[in-house]
Design a protein around this ligand. Sequence first.
Ligand code: API
Length: 283
Amino acid sequence: MEPSAAAALPFLKMHGLGNDFVVIDARPGGIVVDGPRARAIADRRTGIGCDQLIVIEPAVSSLADAFMRIRNPDGSEAEACGNATRCIASLLMEERGRGHAVVETVAGLLDAEATGDGRIAVDMGPARLDWREIPLAQACDTLHVPLALGPVSDPVATNMGNPHATFFVPDVAAIAVADIGPVLERNPIFPERANIGFAQILAPGRIRLRMWERSAGITRACGSGACAALVAAARRGLVDRRAEVILDGGTLEIEWLRDGHVLMTGPVATAFSGTIHPSLLAA
Ligand SMILES: N[C@H](CCC[C@H](N)C(=O)O)C(=O)O
């Protein structure tokens, strides 16, 4: 059932370290938020504005509490969104009055639990490391992808449900992320484009990361990007399997477990609630 043109749609504005989301609960009314509507809502000038639009849908799997649909500001669907997963998991835990939740995504079921200090830990599933899984357009060692642009080269490719390329640099502050991010995102070696991370090793357990997100541009934090950066650094022997990843908006704790899964722990916040004006739904 589509909301009538007159119906205003309630939403929550949430964020994880400043990576912000408009969250719509489509479970009750079967509301469809397609690409054009997502674009209209996510637009920071004429809409509400967000890095990703998150729609909570009824779970498909009997093992999940809800399905989380992720849309980028250009309306495209993303397979993973770590910060949003923490936000949705916290909503589901609150609804059910318990400290754990299972969030279903197109990339699989994600287990989440409250860590007791106000943060949420999510098992983001296995890091996928084969060139076909990223995906890349040609067979290559994902630990050394043959790509260079300006001051950066030789990234590590990782799939966390979504595609990532992580470049290691001596000083992230010196990287013109807004200039080279969009060009790297669309390099033909990434048939589904890619999220681009620029990482600086501060210490064996501390990584500084700046992100250019696929379809979303520079964001203040990126959970799946932080996971990809930790896995990349550990594969290169630059850090152990656990580190603090310091993003523009704050710090995430990432651990690459022995079973290949990646655990991400960090805060969530609800900024405000409101209703979406029907004109935005007419898109
Ligand atoms: N902000 C998200 C990542 C969104 C990735 C999206 N831009 C894509 O196209 O994969 C996170 O916290 O993981």
